[in-house]
Design a protein around this ligand. Sequence first.
Ligand code: ADP
Length: 588
Amino acid sequence: MTLAVTLARDLTAAAFIALGAAIAYRWYRDRGRAQGMLALALISLAAVAGLGRVEEQPPAVLSIVELVLFLLSAYFVLLFRNEFIPLGSGAFQVANALLGASIVIAVLYATVFSAAPAVWRTLLALELVLAWAILSGEPVVRLWLASNSLPPVQKARLRYLSFGFAVLIVLLIVAVLGGSRLQSPVAVLVTQLVALVAVPAIYVSLAPPSLVRRIWRMGEEDALRGAMQDLLIFSPSRQVLAERAVFWGVRLLGGKAGFMVDADGKMIATAGIEPDRAAALVASPERVVRAPMHLREGEGYLAVIAGSFTPIFGSDEISQLNAYANSVSAGLHRVAVTERMAQLEQTKSEFLNLASHELRGPITVIRGYVSMLQGGLLGHLNERGQKAVAVMEAKVLEMNEVIEEMIESARLEEGGLTLRRVPSDLRELAREAADIVAPLVDPNHRVVLDLPERRVRANVDPERTRTIVVNLLSNAIKYSPSGGEITCQVRSRNGIAKVAVTDEGIGIANENLGVLFTRFGRVLTPETEHLKGTGLGLFLGRQLARLQGGDILVTSVEGKGSTFTLQLPTVGSGEDASASVGADAATA
Ligand code: ADP
């Protein structure tokens, strides 16, 4: 048993010495004040463990050195805490006084009182252990509490550190209070083994392997991934993305604050710090962890300012910040492209608006003259003249349609489109639409109106709805160049009114259906590329239908023909009908 006890003591001492050596080595490689304090604490503790194994009855000098190192180890833990959360000057004075008094007691304990009665010696030992427990216990509790507000990795690191020291404190107090009762081999074996537990806990907190760090981080990984996705994909502008990126960068590293600097050296965004203070830090980068960002205009960087707890961050986190900065650079690039595209879209809309309004006036004049010519108001026309006027009328109609589409599209973009909804009979609108397109119909086509006897009433803007049907009919004519029958069927069922325009034309391949309803979306095939069009009609038609609680759906067979169906809620079916219109959608 004594052999086991000796072995356990040696093992514990060896473990502490190894811990001290490992920490000293880390400190040598990566010097920082906080790490330095902790290294000193652990090296002192390792020295105490080593000295304790040298001789059973050490000479007084050795005992004094051992005891002073023991007290200093706790004092260094306090200094380590001071690096993170500064102590008040009053607290410092108390700590210094406690240390001073305890060193005096340690000297007395090893000299004058070396042969004193056991009670005296126990009392003095108790003071020493209590001083040690106070000096190292306060930081343990404080660091544990502070860890609550930290990201997972730092939180776990501080907690393991606190746990390791807490184990040592409890053991020491128990050992002193237990006195001779704890001298039995079993008790010694147990305390030595428990002390051994503190070693890996402290080591993991100081130098956690990346696997352990990854496990600690797992809990937050999902939230982080979600936030990053939002950040990179959905940020509406460069500024917003930069601000969010800095916020998450700080969070990622557990820093106190952060900022982002553009390629031209200008501050783009800050988090947790005033921009002018951040600007001052640009000049003194010592306290700042930087990750380069490769921007289109040159190199900028994302910086995280070391907070109280950042010094114990590892290289894993730094390389993570670098990878993060790369993603953010890509995100910034994407947002810049999107912003530019939005600008182009805006210019295009403005141009459409301007051009269409400028064209509207002259077209109205031409239409007036064409109708005067047709009506014979400008004198009698011969047969060739009348044919020419019919062609002019058809062309003017086409031009007018294009201009109206451009104006409507611009209005829709600007949100300036107001609908004048009144109960309207869709049969009427279909008839009027057929009349309007009549000039486009050539002898190859036959337009059939299939209307029910009863009214089909929908609460819609009559002019816009007529325009939708006109567009469907003129498309049916345009995209059936070899002629055929075109039917315009109006029906009403289950609160849904339908105007279905069917042709026997070129049809549309399934894979092209998606493009039909997009702005400027046209299907270009050898059969259609010579046909004129803007690609605005169906886009506008669907938007207008949807604004009125309806939709436009399409079914088509390539080479056989298409059916475009305008659906609208009937009067009295309530606004909910829009839902059922949507639900009824089979294709589109
Ligand atoms: P436009 O006719 O001015 O090009 P639209 O938005 O009205 O624009 O139509 C978009 C595209 O949908 C057309 O370019 C054409 O390729 C296709 N399309 C529309 N109607 C039909 C139809 N009845 N048959 C075949 N293709 C059609």
